[in-house]
Write a protein that binds this ligand. Structure first.
Ligand code: ACO
Length: 321
């Protein structure tokens, strides 16, 4: 038994912040941001919240899969930017969708979050403990950003993506998933969760990043994970139609393609429109590729995520819808 994605959905706020808007907040320029990151604009929450975006993306995925919310066995929300610590975002999504039977919990693996949540769903499906799981990545990163730090505020955006994964007969691909807590200081956000945070200087509460360190980590570890997942499943790079990477930075995606010796056309990107939406980036891109019919039944794709933790991983999926 394995899992099959049978529907996708996404939601991004209407409110747009482009590079020119950011250049009014910090010393930067449209040209610098485009050249170093590929990002042109990002969508930022207005009245939305992480939960409301997750619920809308989840609803759209259920509609796409033609699955009734009452038939969902589990809701998994991957997020680092939930509205509140308790209750978890997944339980709030359950209430909005009316998915009464579902077991619900959140998962935090930063920008690897959707990959790790999808892997968790696969494990529940393979064991027979669940038949239908709604996996969601939803982020309001604008709440975690220090809008005075030009090293980070240019990169991130808000949004949500979701996939309905159902149990089915089929090939059970092995996964590649890794963490390295020893390098965790490269990307941190204490938020209001630590003792004495009220006394912390404001800038220390928000996301902090060693940009160059994260860049070097990503361009090394992502190709390694992709090679690993291909090797353990006895596949070759030529067997893959598309490589769908976490949308952090155009230069990272280009460097991964180059290291693998694969043409860049096989690495779809939408980061120019949304920036880095952490655990929402892969499911938003999947949904766009599905709805634009770029992804077709019979395609074999690789998903690869990387981010804080540090954490990284890759999956192979036989696309069937
Ligand atoms: N505008 C203008 N100048 C800037 C900006 C900015 N927004 N940010 C930094 N600079 C300056 C620096 O001050 C520095 O100036 P100096 O040479 O006078 O000291 C110069 O530009 C170069 O700075 P670097 O930090 O070396 O610039 P780099 O080319 O590394 O680009 C960036 C920075 C875009 C952050 C890059 O390191 C990057 O993309 N890293 C990966 C970040 C990432 O993807 N993180 C998320 C992944 S994990 C997750 O998704 C949670």
């Amino acid at each position: 038994m394995t899992g099959m994605i049978c529907g996708t959905g996404s939601y991004v706020p209407d409110n747009i912040l482009d590079n020119h808007d950011i250049a009014k907040l910090v010393e930067t320029s449209d040209e610098w941001i485009r050249e170093r990151t590929g990002v042109v604009k990002r969508h930022i929450i207005g009245n939305e919240t992480t939960v409301s975006m997750a619920a809308e993306a989840g609803k759209r995925a259920l509609e796409d899969a033609k699955v009734d919310a009452k038939d969902v066995d589990m809701i998994l929300v991957s997020t680092i930017s939930s509205d509140v610590i308790l209750p978890c975002a997944a339980c709030k999504v359950q209430k909005i969708l009316g998915a009464e039977r579902a077991v619900c919990f959140d998962l935090n693996a930063a920008c690897s979050g959707f990959i790790f949540a999808y892997n968790t769903a696969l494990a529940y499906l393979a064991s027979g403990m669940c038949r239908t799981i709604l996996v969601i990545g939803s982020e309001s990163l604008s709440n975690l950003i220090n809008w005075k730090d030009r090293g980070t505020c240019i990169l991130f955006g808000d949004g949500a993506g979701a996939a309905v994964v159902k149990a089915c007969e089929g090939k059970n691909y092995q996964i590649a998933a890794h963490s390295d807590g020893a390098k965790g200081e490269a990307l941190t956000c204490p938020g209001g969760h630590v003792k004495g945070w009220q006394q912390m200087p404001e800038e220390d509460r928000y996301m902090k990043m060693d940009g160059r360190g994260v860049f070097q980590f990503a361009v090394k570890r992502v190709p390694e994970a992709i090679r690993e997942v291909l090797e353990i499943n006895r596949l070759k790079i030529a067997d893959i139609d598309y490589f769908i990477l976490h949308q952090a930075n155009r230069r990272i995606v280009e460097a991964v393609a180059k290291r693998l010796g694969v043409e860049i056309e096989k690495f779809p990107m939408n980061l120019q429109e949304y920036g880095n939406t952490s655990s929402a980036s892969i499911p938003i891109l999947l949904d766009e590729l599905r709805r634009s019919r770029v992804l077709q039944p019979g395609h074999r794709i690789v998903l690869a995520g990387f981010g804080a933790g540090l954490s990284w991983g890759a999956d192979i999926i036989d696309w069937k819808i």
